[in-house]
Design a protein around this ligand. Structure first.
Ligand SMILES: Nc1ncnc2c1ncn2[C@@H]1O[C@H](COP(=O)(O)OP(=O)(O)O)[C@@H](O)[C@H]1O
Ligand SMILES: [Mg+2]
Length: 365
């Protein structure tokens, strides 16, 4: 334990004063005169008393000095035990204790962070559950209505019955998508996305994607433009199913957030190679995103005000999934947007090069 200046002076005093008194006593005793002998004896007594009292004071000081930090530590541990993770352990004067205190503080902060993270995850889960339950209600109510219509004979003609059945089918598909999204989200949360990476030609892959999405886009009256400038032999190492999920999430946003006041709703796909990167741009002329919302749209559960109030349905996890899958592919997703004009999603994927790193099939697990 290092002594402070004040304490050092006290200890010095404790040692030197009796020493001086003893020396004086010895001097008087050596002189051998009767009255100086008596004074010498008194001085010896005084020095012994000073030594005794001083030692007692020193012992008490030492006890206090040692017990105070331990008491503080004990109190701080008690606060943590009682669930208070905000109690700060103030540093001590002594360096030796400070190392211990620093470690204790670090432990407290880590505990606090992980408790907060857990709380966030729990709250996110609750929000998601509430959103999905809310979104499931709409198709369920519709299905019930159409089934009742069929049962009660409201749909009297075969054409009407066929229309009812087809609506029921599309509502069931809507529900399936929601449940699938919920399931996939739980896989993302627990880091268990089942990736199966393969090497495929980029040109052909995006062409297939476009044809697969064509029907949905046509049905929504979206004008589609498509430009694929990737040479046919350029390869990518991807999980086709998960990458399809990315494209389909982005496309469904373009459809969902289209601007109904515009004469034509447009979606354009542009795929090209920039150096060692395959760039896929998916641009729409939809409602766009306000500048204050744009930095947050990749966050879980974030929905811009406009989308929340427009009752478009959705839970704000689509883009967080897009970003996660792109990162797991060694790429990234960047969204630019102009409020009222439209948005453009840029998906970047590394070109697969022979002899370069093999795709890591365990990524994201
Ligand atoms: N193409 C787009 N046009 C306008 N807004 C968009 C577009 N894509 C995403 N957004 C905004 O970003 C938010 C988050 O998107 P997303 O994570 O897919 O959630 P969700 O579609 O379920 O609301 C949306 O609520 C919307 O406000
Ligand atoms: Mg979405």
């Amino acid at each position: 334990m290092r002594l402070s200046k004040k304490n050092l002076l006290a200890v010095l005093g404790l040692v030197t004063v009796p020493l001086l008194l003893l020396s004086a006593a010895l001097f008087l005793l050596v002189r051998g005169q009767e009255d100086s002998e008596a004074l010498g004896m008194i001085l010896i007594g005084l020095s012994l008393m000073e030594l005794l009292l001083g030692s007692l004071a020193l012992l008490r000081w030492q006890q206090e000095h040692l017990s105070r930090p331990f008491k503080k530590l004990q109190d701080a541990a008690g606060e943590i035990r009682d669930g208070n993770l905000d109690h700060v352990l103030e540093p001590e004067e002594e360096d030796e204790f400070n190392r211990l205190f620093d470690s204790f503080e670090e432990m407290r902060l880590r505990l606090k962070n992980s408790a907060e993270e857990q709380l966030r995850t729990e709250q996110d889960g609750k929000i998601l559950l509430a959103n999905i339950s809310h979104d499931l209600k709409t198709p369920i109510t519709a299905i019930k209505g159409y089934v009742e219509g069929l049962r009660d004979g409201v749909a009297s003609t075969p054409e009407k019955q066929a229309r009812y059945l087809s609506t029921i089918y599309s509502k069931a598909e809507e529900m399936e998508k929601l449940v699938d999204q919920l399931y996939f989200y739980s896989l993302v949360e627990t880091g268990r996305i089942p990736y199966h990476f393969t090497r495929i030609p980029a040109h052909a892959y995006f062409s297939d994607c476009r044809w697969e999405l064509k029907e949905e886009l046509d049905a929504q009256d979206m004008v589609t433009r498509y430009e694929n400038r990737v040479p046919e032999d350029v390869m990518i190492a991807v999980d086709p199913e998960q990458l399809h999920r990315v494209v389909s999430n982005v496309v469904s946003n373009a459809v969902k957030y289209r601007d109904r006041n515009k004469e034509k709703n447009m979606i354009a796909f542009r795929i090209c190679v920039e150096g060692k990167t395959i760039v896929t741009e998916i641009e729409d002329n939809g409602v766009g995103i306000a500048p204050e919302d744009l930095p947050h749209v990749f966050e879980r559960f974030y929905r811009a005000d406009a989308s929340r109030s427009a009752a478009t349905g959705g839970n704000g996890i689509g883009l967080s999934i897009v970003q996660k899958i792109m990162e797991d592919h060694g790429g990234r997703a960047v969204l630019t947007s102009e409020f009222g004009k439209g948005s453009c999603m840029r998906l970047e994927l590394p070109v697969y090069e022979e002899n370069a790193n093999e795709p890591d099939t365990d990524r994201g697990r």
